[in-house]
Structure formats: structure tokens, C-alpha cells
Write a protein that binds this ligand. Structure first.
Ligand code: APR
Ligand code: PHB
Length: 390
């Protein structure tokens, strides 16, 4: 098989790029290791920045998001028994975020690809990129016991943190930067009314908590837990009781509880791989960088990668101009690191760090007091949360 752009990974990054390029007449093939049902069974985050929303519009894939997603003008930070609001709209001069589950967004992208007859190959096993530093790279994979080969002009590694793309770059050609946090988030999804119309990020000495949602009947809650905990250590009752302890009393009293329909623990990690290009292989999204979820940057950090790659490939195919491709890694990383800084800062501000000294704890408390005493500090938080321009 031959195509112009071979994409490894059918997560939001790979699917969105495929959809955008196809709309411009540029051929793509997406190779996804898992089945569609498996990919859509993963519960992921739920806050989209404007840049991502705009790309979904450009991808002609926004109808359900526009109808069912919720526009949020702000969120709360709870601490010391009270709640302070971050007025995103007021602080940024009109910017908001969209609360819409990443799982639903991925479903919309699959549907859009299917409608256009896009080539998305599921259950592609042992995907491998080859000849990446030549003008004729190719991909191989196995499906149903048969070996396949795809020749392409460019390979996009959009196969997430555990994918094969980044790992296929020689170790001396890539540098990895990483911070692993000494805790995880235990998440629960429940068919209950969200406790608050806007998200609540809660700092508490027992640990961080987050009240989020997928819709007005589906809630998503998280609590910080030690890395040594497993899901089996947490009954639904224990989860709700601990969540309530970490929320201001009025919020805890209003919390509607119910059986969990999903419960999982995610470790928190900051990670960046540089550069995001090796010959004609370009990395995008989680394949090149991940953030702790505290700043809601995960998918949004992929948005700018996809935007830059889309425009760079468009310039290449439409006008023969390769400056976008040449500048991709540098441009993408400049924004990626800003997302890293913000996610690290939000995480540091709101979590309990077991190894912290009393000095560290004082600084953390002062950081919070400063935030809510300064419009400029709040403005900086808001500017980053709604997403820096790209
Ligand atoms: N071959 C083919 N596909 C692969 C391989 C492989 N070797 N390894 C992984 N994949 C697939 C995964 O099954 C997954 O569907 O690549 C896809 C990568 O998707 P994501 O991990 O979702 O990464 P990405 O598309 O970059 O999405 C950005 O933002 O909120 C964060 O982590 C969250 O998924 C989110 C990410
Ligand atoms: C979520 O709803 O899953 C969610 C929302 C905001 C975050 C992280 C996760 O910062």
C-alpha cells in the first residue's frame, strides 16, 4: 500500500490530523493497535481549550461537541474550608473552556473518518517505522496473521506514551526529560448529578481532590492517593468518605454519591522528549510529552502539535514550502514546555507532598494566598488554563 502520510496511533492526535489532512485532499492511513471498542472504553480527561475546539470545527467534526459539550466560564479552587472562583472569562477578556469527554471526542473523530471513507486500520499489530532518515520511509504491521507494508512520504508518531514511534528513534538522537510525582489520582465515574456546575480543585492537608463532570448526570471525581494504593483498597464508600473530608463542608454536604461505574488509578508524570522529529518521523501528542492532569493540559498540549503539523504538511503538499516542517519540533516544543510549566505549577500548588518540609508547606500556602490577592497572578493562571495561543 502507498499513502502520503502514515500515522501510527488512532487516539485523538492521530485521528484529528488524519481528518484535517483528508479534508485538504492529502492521503493518510492510521494504524491503531487496539480495537475501536477498546480505544473508546478508556476514560480520559474532559476539559478542552479553545484551540482544540477550533480544530474540531475546522475538522468538520464539532456538531455533537457543540450540542452536548458545556462551555465553562470559570472554576473553583477550594482550600481552608472555603471556595475561591477563578473567573476565566473575566480574567482573559472572554475566553472559556469546553467540558466534553475525550472519549466522546474520539468517538466523533472515528465517526467522521468513517463517513469520509478514511483508512483507519484497527488491530494493527507489531507496527514498525523504517527508513525514517530517507526520502522513502515505510511502515510495516501485521493484521490477522498477514504482514503488510505501507510506503509513505512522512510518518507521524501519534501512538501515545507507550507507543513504538519514540522508542524507534536511536537513543543518542533523542533526549528525555522526566519528573515522576510520589502519588497518583484515584478516579471515580458515577451516574450522579455533579456537585457543582463548575469544576472544583481542592487543596487539603489529607491530599488533593477534584470534582469534575462529563454531563449534568455523569460526574467524575478524583482524590490524590499514595502510589502504593490499588483500586481494590478503595470501596465506593471509602472513596466518597475521603472525598467529602477533603471538600469544604457546604460542598461535602451537597455531594450526591452513588455506585462507581469506573474506578482507576493514574500515576502523575511530567515528560518531554526532544526533538520531536527524527528524519521524516514526526512525533505528536502523548508520544512526545505528557503532563500531570492537574492543569487540564493533556489533550490540549497535543492541540498545538496537530495544528503545526497540519499546516506544515499543507504547505509542503500545496506549495512545496518546507519551512513549517523544518521548524516543527522547535515551535511545538516551545509551547509544550509552557504547558509543562503550568501543569507542574498547578500540581505543586494543590497536592500534598509527603517529603515536604514545613518551609515548603509555608511557601505552598503563600503561593495560594498570593494567587487570590493578585488579579495579575490570577490572570496568569487563567491565561494558561484556557490555553496559550498557537
Ligand atoms: N501501534 C499502533 N498504535 C499504537 C501503538 C502501536 N505500537 N501504541 C499505542 N498505540 C495507540 C494506542 O492504542 C492509542 O489509541 O496509539 C493511540 C495513542 O492515543 P493517546 O494515548 O490517546 O495519545 P494522543 O492521541 O496523543 O492523545 C493525547 O491527551 O489527555 C491526554 O493522555 C491523554 O490520550 C490523551 C492525550
Ligand atoms: C476530568 O474531568 O477528568 C478532568 C478535569 C480537569 C482536570 C483533570 C481531569 O484538570
Amino acid at each position: 500500500m502507498k499513502t502520503q502520510v502514515g500515522i501510527i496511533g488512532g487516539g485523538p492526535s492521530g485521528l484529528l490530523l488524519s481528518q484535517l489532512l483528508d479534508l485538504q485532499g492529502i492521503e493518510t492511513v492510521v494504524l491503531e493497535k487496539h480495537s475501536r471498542d477498546y480505544v473508546l472504553g478508556r476514560i480520559r480527561a474532559g476539559v478542552l481549550e479553545q484551540g482544540f475546539v477550533k480544530l474540531m470545527h475546522e475538522a468538520k467534526c464539532s456538531a455533537r461537541m457543540d450540542a452536548e459539550g458545556e462551555v465553562h466560564d470559570g472554576f473553583y479552587i477550594a482550600h481552608d474550608g472555603i471556595r475561591d472562583r477563578v473567573d476565566l472569562k473575566g480574567l482573559t477578556g472572554g475566553d472559556t473552556v469546553m467540558v466534553y469527554g475525550q472519549t466522546e471526542l474520539t468517538r466523533d473523530l472515528y465517526d467522521a473518518r468513517e463517513k469520509m471513507g478514511g483508512k483507519v486500520i484497527h488491530l494493527a499489530q507489531d507496527v514498525m517505522p523504517y527508513d525514517m532518515t530517507t526520502d522513502a520511509p515505510h511502515l510495516t504491521y501485521t493484521k490477522d496473521g498477514t504482514d503488510h507494508r505501507i510506503d509513505c512520504d512522512y510518518i507521524i508518531g501519534a501512538d501515545g506514551f507507550h507507543g513504538v514511534s519514540r522508542k524507534s528513534i536511536p537513543a543518542d538522537k533523542i533526549t528525555e526529560y522526566e519528573r515522576v510525582y510520589p502519588f497518583g489520582w484515584l478516579g471515580v465515574l458515577s451516574r450522579t448529578k455533579p456537585v457543582s456546575p463548575e469544576l472544583i480543585y481542592a487543596k487539603h492537608k489529607r491530599g488533593f481532590a477534584l470534582c469534575s463532570m462529563r454531563s449534568q448526570t455523569l460526574s467524575r471525581y478524583y482524590i490524590q492517593v499514595p502510589l502504593t494504593d490499588s483500586v481494590d483498597d478503595w470501596s465506593d464508600e471509602a472513596f466518597w468518605a475521603e472525598l467529602k473530608r477533603r471538600l469544604p463542608p457546604d460542598v461535602a454536604d451537597a455531594l450526591e454519591t452513588g455506585p462507581s461505574i469506573e474506578k482507576s488509578i493514574a500515576p502523575l508524570r511530567s515528560f518531554v522528549a526532544e526533538p520531536m522529529r527524527y528524519g521524516n518521523l514526526f512525533l505528536a501528542g502523548d508520544a512526545a510529552h505528557i503532563v500531570p492532569p492537574t492543569g487540564a493540559r493533556g489533550l490540549n498540549s497535543a492541540a498545538s502539535d496537530i495544528y503545526y503539523l497540519y499546516h506544515a504538511l499543507l504547505d509542503h503538499y500545496k506549495t512545496g514550502d518546507d519551512t513549517g516542517l523544518e521548524a516543527y519540533s522547535q515551535k511545538a516544543l516551545a509551547r509544550v514546555w509552557k504547558g509543562q510549566r503550568f501543569s507542574w505549577w498547578m500540581t505543586t500548588l494543590l497536592h500534598s507532598f509527603p517529603q515536604n518540609s514545613s518551609f515548603d508547606n509555608h511557601l505552598q500556602q503563600t503561593d495560594l494566598e498570593y494567587l487570590f490577592s493578585s488579579e495579575k497572578a490570577l490572570g496568569s493562571l487563567a491565561e494558561n488554563y484556557v490555553g496559550l495561543s498557537f
